[in-house]
Design a protein around this ligand. Structure first.
Ligand code: IFM
Length: 738
């Protein structure tokens, strides 16, 4: 197998069970995600097989992305003795994620206790050309023996969610069908609440084998292939798997079989070529090249690879969970992470994918309406955590830093997501000019979210102002707060922009306006109230000092400053902080005031950004991976380059170096998006001015020779090359078919 050049490879050379490596080596194509466990499936590994949008609750607290049967099982036996790598001498070992080819490669030479040496080499991938296909190929070479080799391929239907957490472990499916034949194995899982079915069909291709046996062990099906080998000969096994689910497809068994027959006719090598071509097309647009900093260059590429792996523009029913399709952290739920952190990447690098993620919010708009109504408001209130239907899925209970049971308030109070979604629709429209989307879908969301804020704001008669109280802003250390700057500012923005778009649509697209206003019953008299609320929403900002109070009363809290950093350069808790009472301190979890200054950068002057950066940076614990990227961007904006670079590495390496300590639970997908933003908005200095012109004001670290990237803007593709003294922008549209 020819691997790509070094800059495309993530390598691990130590043979070990590592849940962090399982996440890093996860393969995904937007429909499927399979964690990077070994084919043997060792007992202490955490397998994960997920299909986007397949959730189930059963006895868990909230719905979870279902951990489905594991279908990449392969064990090797020599004379019917399991060739257990942990009992062998490892002569050679490497596992490599080849990001350019989108595959996971493995090479191993094992010497067992009887001195038999076996070489195993091959790869697996989830096709980006046909998202229902998973392919695996291994070559086995018996170097010095002719004992019978048995290759046992299996699909394991015993998997559960939270495998190693005895209080949270849940089996979310039962097996509704098995078919076991010489030709193929078929296992069908059926979720317990909604009866979503997922059919998995695999067919094994092998040459020069002696015999083949397929077995049904009820919760585990397998095919064993005996080979009587000639030493030094190479024995190849190809495994074709097709996965279909009943949310999207009918006749799972028959259709899977058709897929596999087609795939086997095409052959694994050609399927790999087709997959690579599709991925290459995306890389040709989305790759960012940093010359002069190999570490940053590769880390950035890993983040882009992860984002490309999570997109599926053909599927409008799903969005990206906070941990991607890479693990069970946050139960596979969708947060503001998608719209505020990841979406910019898709808008500028893969606009079709951006549109489909926004369509998920349209698809769940009715549930957001119900949610608002249930809570006593109007319009649409998006849930803080969302799964398959768009209902609120935030768990009510969790654990604090000491493992004590605590009430989780985010689902009740982290309202800002509703404005975040409106914000992302404006970002998408401005960059793509996709008025078809806006007029048919986006505007409806925009107006319904504005309507929500108008009903959510409370009138304070004494102060003649509207307030938004009992909220949690982006910083989740502080709950039940009054007038969070971020929330109030973005709520006002949401209403004002909605009013602006109402005028634009009325004037330019009167038919669409009539259609939307009739559909959502929007009348002129209502708009008066919108204007009043947006003019009188209280924004806690005393412009004379520049320093913005995160929420009313924040400056009165006990002040603690961060002075120490751990070996991964992450902040350490200042002394004498009671981690059960974080509400008491000015320490914050993640960017909040600074977050808003990043989103609406043009509304804040340099002085204000600088003063707030310097104040909040010393008080931000970065306990959320969503934080460092924002400090990288804002650091560059105010000219604090060294801090900015430090924050950039924190976000870019969050998973590769596991600097939050929880990569085992899945990818930090928002941080991946934030890394892209730090590169493009930060070092590239990209911004859009009020005339909607694209501008670049780059700054590169002194050791960076140059940086190069492409950007879609208003349906054109531009190439941007930045060196220490120059910037060159080329219009590539004629070279591209989009
Ligand atoms: O959305 C984030 C939030 O901002 C911080 N806690 C984790 C969530 C999921 O990533």
């Amino acid at each position: 197998m020819k691997l790509s050049e070094e800059k495309w490879l993530i390598k691990k050379n130590n043979f070990e069970v590592s849940p962090v490596n399982e996440t890093i080596f996860t393969l995904s194509n937007g429909y499927l995600g399979v964690r990077g466990t070994f084919e043997d499936l060792f007992f202490n590994e955490t397998p994960g097989t997920y299909v986007a949008g397949i959730f189930d609750k059963s006895e868990s607290q909230v719905k979870e992305l279902v951990n489905l049967p594991y279908f990449w099982g392969l064990k090797i036996y020599l004379k019917y003795e399991y060739l257990n790598p942990f009992e062998c001498e490892i002569l050679d070992y490497k596992r490599i994620l080849d990001m350019k080819q989108g595959l996971l490669y493995k090479e191993m030479r094992l010497k067992d206790k009887k001195n038999r040496i076996t070489k195993i080499e091959g790869y697996r991938f989830l096709s980006h050309d046909n998202r229902n296909l998973a392919l695996m190929k291994y070559k086995i070479v018996p170097e010095n023996y002719k004992d019978r080799i048995t290759l046992e391929y299996f699909i394991d239907g015993k998997t559960t969610n939270s495998t190693f957490h005895p209080k949270e472990r849940v089996k979310h499916y039962f097996l509704s069908n098995h078919v076991v034949s010489d030709d193929y194995l078929y296992l069908e899982a059926c979720t317990r609440d909604k009866n979503y079915k997922v059919g998995i069909l695999s067919s094994v291709e092998a040459e020069n084998y002696h015999s083949k046996v397929s077995r049904n062990y009820i919760d585990f099906i397998a095919q064993s292939i005996d080979i009587d080998p000639v030493p030094q000969n190479e024995y190849t096994i190809n495994i074709y798997t097709s996965i279909l689910d009943s949310r999207r497809y009918d006749n799972l068994h028959e259709n899977n079989l058709k897929e596999i027959r087609k795939a086997k006719n095409i052959g694994i090598e050609k399927l790999l070529e087709n997959h690579k071509k599709k991925l290459e097309k995306r890389w040709n647009v989305a790759d960012i090249k940093i010359y002069g900093d190999e570490k940053a260059d590769k880390a950035l590429r890993f983040n882009i690879f992860s984002l490309l792996s999570l997109a599926n523009p053909d599927d409008e029913m799903v969005s990206i969970g906070a941990k991607g399709l890479h693990g069970e952290g946050y139960k596979g739920h969708v947060f503001w992470d998608t719209e505020i952190f990841m979406l910019p990447f898709y808008i500028y690098e893969y606009p079709e994918a951006a549109r489909s993620f926004l369509m998920y919010r349209y698809y769940t708009l009715d549930k957001a309406r119900e949610n608002a109504k249930k809570n006593g408001y109007q319009g649409a209130q998006y849930p803080w955590e969302s799964a398959d239907t768009g209902e609120e899925e935030t768990p009510k209970w969790g654990e604090d830093y000491y493992g004590n049971k605590v009430r989780i308030w985010t689902g009740d109070m982290e309202y800002h997501i509703t404005a975040d979604i409106a914000f992302s629709i404006r970002e998408y429209l401005r960059a793509t000019d996709d008025w078809e989307f806006f007029l048919n879908y986006g505007a409806e969301i925009f107006f319904e979210t504005a309507r929500f804020w108008v009903s959510r704001a409370e009138y304070n008669k004494d102060k003649d102002r509207y307030e938004i109280n009992k909220v949690i802003g982006p910083d989740e250390f502080h709950e039940h707060v009054k007038n969070n700057f971020y929330t109030n500012y973005l709520a006002r923005w949401n209403i004002k922009e909605a009013l602006k778009y109402i005028n634009i649509i009325k004037e330019k697209f009167p038919e669409s306006y009539n259609k939307i206003s009739r559909k959502i019953n929007l009348v002129e008299s209502e708009l008066k109230k919108w204007k009043e609320v947006s003019n009188k929403i209280f924004i806690p900002w005393n412009k004379t000092t520049h320093l913005i109070e995160q929420f009313e009363g924040y400056f009165k809290l006990e002040d603690k400053i961060i002075t120490k950093y751990n070996e991964k350069n992450m902040p350490e808790w200042p002394e004498n902080v009671d981690l059960t009472k974080l509400n008491k301190y000015q320490l914050i979890k993640q960017a909040d005031v600074l977050m808003l200054m990043h989103l609406l950068s043009e509304e804040f002057d340099y002085e204000t950004k600088k003063i707030n950066f310097e104040y909040y940076e010393k008080r931000t614990m970065h306990k959320s991976s969503l934080s460092p990227s924002i400090y990288a961007i804002m650091g560059l904006t105010i000219g604090n380059h060294s801090k900015a670079y430090e924050h950039f590495l924190r976000t870019a390496l969050v998973d590769l170096e596991d600097n939050q300590g929880n990569t085992a639970l899945g990818l930090h997908a928002a941080s991946a998006g934030g890394t892209w933003q730090a590169a493009i908005y930060g070092f590239g200095g990209m911004n859009i001015d009020k005339d909607e012109k694209l501008n670049f004001k780059p700054w590169l670290p002194p050791h960076w020779k140059s940086m190069e990237f492409n950007i879609y803007y208003k349906k054109k593709l531009f190439n941007v090359k930045i060196t220490q003294n120059h910037i060159k922008i080329n219009d590539l549209s004629s070279l591209n078919d989009k």
